[in-house]
Design a protein around this ligand. Structure first.
Ligand code: XIL
Length: 352
């Protein structure tokens, strides 16, 4: 009686172990390493260290971090000449103790700018001085510790032309070339990127980004990659084949093509059917990445649905990430894990 109870208990335990989520046994970051890429997440530094479950999940599953807001202009330079690196310093220190890379985000962008800047009525020369000081203060501080920077973001409009922004109006279209040169001066080793959404596959915006890259290359701008943000919904996602083709043409210019901010928003509460479709979409995009050697990292915009930016910015939507509001791996985490594991055993199937 006693023996059989034990035996049943053993079988039961084994079955339970088999049913454990893949993430518990095989962290995505470990699987990604064996498949030859890094696995990243945007980090809410206000939560880091305060929420133990969040912090553990981040450390276990990811080996590349991007500050979600900590290095944005309004956060890091809230008053002219006063820099606040409290949050960014904490993230970089965390990354160093957890064998993670850091991607700096973002040096020149038209959002999250402080009022002193947007309402300051600065002339062109003064604006150039302000931007140069901003960029060089940040990049110099983290020289050798932040491996890559999103130097410029969202500079291309939906029609493929240069977007009219605070920066393009104030400095002129060459603000982009200048920003990359200033960043490169401050840390010649850092990988410098342009980062955008909505141009991941084909179309006018994607072509506009491509043309911009050609123009910058011709000028000798020190730029090393184009980040594909990949903020998707089930209805609005580019075909993975187009993403791969787009990555390949950028790679042919000598650029890296990381996926930098993937999430897939769903109407909440999310149905099982939609969670499965979400898993397939995540898998397809990772597969596109794995088919292009210049795609060396895959990042999601957040760690868990508990703190995702989606519900606040897209009311009625959420459930966009790989881990649910209780930090449990979702079908998408499983599908990425399986693809990474398969890739580790067969090698990357690089497409021609
Ligand atoms: C978002 C943050 O996640 C939010 O917390 C913030 O309120 C607004 O910005 N593309 C980007 C990110 O490059 O910087 C944005 O981050 C999301 C879209």
């Amino acid at each position: 009686m006693r023996v059989s109870t034990l035996a049943i208990a053993a079988v039961f335990a084994a079955a339970l172990a088999g049913a454990l989520p893949a993430a518990a046994a095989d962290p995505l970051r470990a699987l990604a390493r064996t498949a030859g890429i890094r696995f990243g997440a945007a980090v809410d530094v206000e939560v880091l260290g305060k929420d133990a479950a969040y912090t553990q999940l981040l450390a276990r599953e990811f080996d590349l971090v991007t500050p979600e807001n900590a290095l944005k202009f309004s956060v890091v330079q809230p008053e002219r000449g006063r820099f606040d690196f409290t949050q960014a310093d904490a993230l970089v220190a965390f990354a160093e103790t957890h064998d993670m890379q850091v991607n700096g985000h973002v040096l020149v962008w038209h959002q999250q700018l402080p009022d002193w800047l947007t309402q300051g009525h600065f002339g062109r020369d003064e604006l150039k001085t302000i931007l140069r000081e901003h960029i060089q203060t940040l990049v110099t501080r983290y020289r050798g510790r932040v491996a890559s920077w999103d130097v410029a973001a969202e500079a291309v409009a939906e029609d493929g032309r240069l977007r009219e922004t605070f920066w393009s109006r104030g400095i002129g279209p060459d603000y982009l070339d200048l920003a990359f040169r200033w960043a490169h001066e401050a840390d010649p080793q850092a990988r410098l990127r342009y980062n955008d959404y909505g141009g991941e596959g084909g179309g006018a915006k994607s072509d506009g980004i491509y043309d911009l890259m050609i123009a910058l290359r011709r000028k000798g701008t020190p730029i090393h990659g184009v980040g594909l943000q990949m903020h998707l919904s089930l209805q609005d996602a580019p075909p993975a084949r187009e993403v791969r083709i787009n990555m390949k043409r950028l790679a042919a210019l000598g650029l890296e093509t990381p996926i930098t901010e993937m999430d897939v928003m769903l109407p909440v509460p999310a149905s099982r059917t939609r969670l499965k479709k979400q898993a397939a979409l995540y898998r397809d995009m990772l597969q596109a990445c794995l088919a292009v050697p210049q795609c060396r990292s895959f990042s999601t915009w957040g760690v868990t649905d508990r703190y995702s930016w989606i519900p606040e910015h897209f009311p009625g939507q959420g459930a966009a990430l790989l881990f649910d509001t209780d930090d449990r791996p979702k079908p998408a985490a499983g599908s990425l894990g399986r693809l990474l594991r398969a890739t580790a055993s067969t090698g990357r199937k690089v497409s021609r």
